[in-house]
Structure formats: structure tokens, C-alpha cells
Design a protein around this ligand. Structure first.
Ligand code: PFF
Length: 520
């Protein structure tokens, strides 16, 4: 059987930009500030940095290493990579299915939200929302756009659907050009551009001054203080620790099989230690410096210390798509700043969503020997259909459900499996050597113990705490309204079906390979 040439990265900067692009996303600019504001402000940053050091950074190294290792055996998705790490075990490849399933589930809703940012970039440029001056009307604008109600702004979901189609096609076009020609080329331009947009917005927020001389304390410093002043009593709350750990996973894109797929296109001698750390650092700058300095301080300047609590509690979507347009509407040059804000979110979104697609595409290419273009087309057709569930049942709790299973549960589960696989089954000594193969830096020795003991224990504790606190309420759908329960049940059934189909595909792929070996 002729092995086709594997795709690869064109340069080291290219893969760093691609991994940073995957990590820097809507999570940095919308999810993070809201999580921090609602979970103890400055006190949130303590569990956040602890989780970064004990879970985020080690997992980044683990995923880069096992990805590059599996790539050496011609595998770019988790079933094959896991199988290469533990050849004797027949079942481990099925655990790898989570590394295709999780990203696919996130992709289903993430691409739709991403398309809102494209739509709002246009609405900013065309001043479609510029006459709207109050929270309730801006909220109606958003709900009308999402198809949740018919009103004076929108009478159907058609505009949202059109922007979704455009966004989806952009993703598919980038993917169609492959790793080097598509993802790398796109990220090399998009990532620096979004940083520039972010810096301009940060400067804008920092130079606001005060809007009303009678309210001198409504300023950027107090806005930053609102986010950063710690409320230490929150540290005793398990919820805060879970939220911080969840944010680290989500923001770094680790623990789900995406980074592993990107790293599989490296060459054996390529560095992973320094490159992985560089990508983490870029994400943290985008999150802690830019993400924290735009949306919450701006909202504080406009709404003041009393109302900000409600604004922050209204959630990431409200802040991003209701509060920010209102604020921007009151600035000079609202078209420009609106475009910068939503353009920033859009670029951050696309560089993340293409990474969510790649594991499934790589799975089709490697394990079924299907050409890249055909794999992209097959993946595109299936995902497109699935996205419709997020679009048409947005108000029925479907997106929250997808976010819980794909964006929270699968992350922690997959991370636990991969770190145990690497540190214990593959063996920490071999693992340590693997991480340092071709490395441009030496990782502090303490991380050998962290990867072997601390990260898995941390993750098992988080999983255990969840299990005890949340399992029953989640199964019983305690937090879902009665009207939404049928939709949530249907989503769960659909997810089980997708998982099962992927597992069957793994079985077929390996069955074929075995047969192929016998006839050789
Ligand atoms: N890291 C992305 C963000 O912060 O928006 C989201 C994400 C992308 C999560 C890719 C997981 C993933 F595999």
C-alpha cells in the first residue's frame, strides 16, 4: 500500500501561531472576563494561576509530545495516537474517540456564535444598530437576529443563517488548503491582526477618562479594580475552583485532542517544550492583559459600580453583543470601534474553529485513506447538518447542553486519560525523554512529578467533585426548564449516537488494517 505524503507545518512560527490561534478565541474575550467577575474577581485569579501551572502548562506539553509521537506512526487523531502509546491494549483507541467527538461537539455551537461576530462586524460598519440607545432594545435586536422573536429589527432568522453560511464556508475553505497552505497561512495573518485590534481597543478603553464629572469614580481604574480586587472568601467555594480549572482548559484548547492533532504534523526532531510554552504565554497575554482590560472596564465606565454587577451576571453573550454595542455606540467613530471589536472576535473565532475541525478530518484522512479534499467535504456536510440544531434550537437549551458535554465534561475526562496514559502507561521516564527530544529548553525537573502525580490527582479530584455535586442534578435535568427537557433529551440521544458511530468507525478502521496486514 502506498503511503501518501503527510501534511506538515511550514515553519516553527507557523505551528506556534496556529496553536496560539486555537487557544485565543471567544473564550479569552467573552468567557474569561465574565467568569472572573462572577467568581470572586481577583480571588479567581489564584485558582486560575494554580490551575495554569499544575494542569494547563503540563497538559500543553503532554499534548504536544504525544501528538508528535503519534504523528511518527502516521496518526493525527487521538484513537491512533493513544493506540501508538499503548500498543498492547485493544480498548484504548476507543477512549481516543473523545478526542474527535469533543471538538466536533464544540464546533457545532462555536461556529454559530462565531458567525454572530461576523454579522455584528457588518452591522457596525453599516451602523445597523447605531440608533439603539438602551439595554432592552439592544437585547431585542440580538433576539430578533437570533430568530428568538420577530420585531422591528428582524423578521426572520435569514440574516443570521446567511452569516452562518458565510462563516462556515470560510472555515471550510481554510481547512481545504490543509495544514501548511490553509491553517498555517491563515493563522500567521489572523493572530497578529487580532492582537493589534485588541491593543487598539485596550488603548481606547484606557483613555476614556470620565464621562460625567459628577461621577468621578466611574473610571477605568475602578473598572479594573472591580475585576481584580480579591474577594478571598470565594476561595472556600468549590465552584470557584471548578470554574477556574474549566476556564484554563477551555482557553488553552488543551485536554480535547486538538493540540495533539496539530502537534502530530511536527517532525520527530522539532522542539515541543519551548514552542508549547510560547503558545501558552501568547494565550495568557491575550486573556489576562487584553481580555481583562476591554469589556469589563468599559462596562464599568459606562454603567458604574452599582449596575456593573448585573451587567456581569447577565452572561458573556449579553456583555459581548448587547453591552458592548451600546458602549461603542456612544464613542466617537462607533463604526470603526465596533468593527474592531467584532472583527477581533471573528478572527479569534475562526482560528479556533478550524482547530476544532481538524481532528475529525485527520481521522478520515489517516485511518480511511481518504484524500484531504474529500475528508473536508464529508466533514463539512455532516457538521453543517449538525449546526442546524444549534441554530434552530438555540432558545431550547441545546447550546448549553452541547457546551456542557463538549466544552466541559469531555475536556476534563480526556485530559485525565491522556495524562495517565503518558505519565503511567507510557512511563514518566520515557515521557520525560520524549518531551525533551529536540527541545530548545529544559523543563524544570519538578514537572516530572507534577505530570506524574499532581496533574492526574488534581483532575481526578475535579472529576470526583463534579460527580458528587452535579451528577444527579445533571442526569435529572434539574436546571432545565420543563419546556426544554425534550430538546435536551434529544440532544443527549443525538450525542450518544454520534459517539457510537465514531466508535464503530474506529472499529472498522482497525479491522481493515488488521486484514491488510494479514494479506501482506
Ligand atoms: N480556546 C478557545 C477559546 O478560548 O475560545 C476555544 C476552544 C478551541 C476550546 C479549541 C477547545 C478547543 F479544542
Amino acid at each position: 500500500m502506498s503511503k501518501k505524503l503527510r501534511d506538515s507545518w511550514g515553519s516553527r512560527l507557523g505551528i506556534i501561531m496556529a496553536v496560539a490561534g486555537s487557544a485565543v478565541g471567544l473564550g479569552n474575550f467573552l468567557r474569561f472576563p465574565v467568569q472572573a467577575a462572577n467568581n470572586g474577581g481577583g480571588a479567581f485569579m489564584i485558582p486560575y494561576f494554580i490551575a495554569l501551572l499544575l494542569v494547563g502548562i503540563p497538559l500543553m506539553w503532554v499534548e504536544w509530545s504525544i501528538g508528535r509521537y503519534g504523528g511518527g506512526f502516521g496518526h493525527s487523531s487521538a484513537p491512533g495516537v493513544f493506540n501508538s502509546l499503548w500498543k498492547k491494549n485493544r480498548f484504548i483507541k476507543y477512549f481516543g474517540v473523545i478526542g474527535i467527538f469533543g471538538p466536533l461537539v464544540i464546533m457545532i455551537y462555536y461556529t454559530y456564535i462565531e458567525s454572530w461576530t461576523l454579522a455584528y462586524s457588518f452591522f457596525s460598519l453599516s451602523q445597523k444598530y447605531s440608533g439603539i440607545l438602551d439595554q432592552a432594545s439592544m437585547q431585542s435586536f440580538l433576539r430578533g437576529f437570533q430568530g428568538l422573536e420577530k420585531n422591528q429589527y428582524f423578521t426572520s432568522i435569514a440574516p443570521a443563517y446567511t452569516f452562518f453560511l458565510i462563516t462556515f464556508i470560510i472555515n471550510i475553505v481554510v481547512l481545504n488548503y490543509g495544514i501548511r497552505g490553509g491553517i498555517e497561512r491563515f493563522c500567521r495573518i489572523a493572530v497578529p491582526t487580532l492582537f493589534i485590534f485588541g491593543i487598539i481597543l485596550l488603548i481606547r478603553v484606557f483613555t476614556f477618562g470620565v464621562l460625567d464629572p459628577s461621577k468621578m469614580d466611574w473610571n477605568v481604574f475602578n473598572g479594573l479594580g472591580y475585576l481584580w480586587n480579591p474577594d478571598f472568601s470565594q476561595l472556600l467555594n468549590a465552584k470557584v475552583w471548578l470554574a477556574a480549572t474549566g476556564q484554563i482548559f477551555f482557553t488553552l484548547s488543551v485536554g480535547i485532542g486538538v493540540i495533539l492533532t496539530y502537534a502530530s504534523y511536527l517532525k520527530k526532531g522539532d522542539d515541543v517544550a519551548l514552542s508549547g510554552l510560547t503558545a501558552v504565554s501568547m494565550n495568557e497575554i491575550a486573556e489576562v492583559v487584553l481580555g481583562a482590560s476591554i469589556i469589563i472596564p468599559a462596562a464599568f465606565i459606562f454603567f458604574g459600580p452599582v449596575a456593573i454587577g448585573d451587567v456581569a451576571a447577565s452572561g458573556a453573550f449579553n456583555l459581548g453583543f448587547v453591552t458592548m454595542p451600546l458602549i461603542i455606540g456612544q464613542m466617537p467613530l462607533p463604526e470603526v470601534f465596533g468593527f474592531l471589536w467584532f472583527g477581533l472576535l471573528f478572527l479569534a473565532g475562526v482560528t479556533s474553529s478550524v482547530s476544532l475541525a481538524q481532528p475529525a478530518i485527520a481521522f478520515l484522512e489517516d485511518e480511511f485513506n481518504i484524500s484531504r479534499k474529500k475528508s473536508v467535504a464529508m466533514f463539512g456536510a455532516v457538521t453543517f447538518l449538525l449546526c442546524n440544531a444549534a441554530i434552530f434550537f438555540l432558545g431550547k437549551g441545546v447550546v448549553d447542553e452541547l457546551d456542557f458535554w463538549g466544552g466541559t465534561f469531555c475536556l476534563v475526562l480526556f485530559a485525565t486519560i491522556e495524562v495517565i496514559l503518558f505519565g503511567w502507561i507510557f512511563g514518566i521516564n520515557k515521557a520525560w525523554e520524549e518531551v525533551h527530544h529536540g527541545a530548545d529548553m529544559r523543563i524544570p525537573g519538578i514537572y516530572k512529578y507534577i505530570i506524574k502525580y499532581v496533574t492526574p490527582i488534581f483532575l481526578l479530584v475535579v472529576l470526583g467533585a463534579w460527580f458528587f455535586q452535579e451528577w444527579l442534578p445533571i442526569i435529572r435535568m434539574d436546571n432545565v426548564s420543563l419546556a426544554n427537557r425534550p430538546y435536551v433529551m434529544a440532544t443527549r440521544a443525538g450525542l450518544c449516537l454520534i459517539f457510537l458511530l465514531l466508535a464503530i468507525m474506529v472499529k472498522i478502521a482497525w479491522g481493515k488494517r488488521k486484514k491488510g496486514k494479514k494479506t501482506l
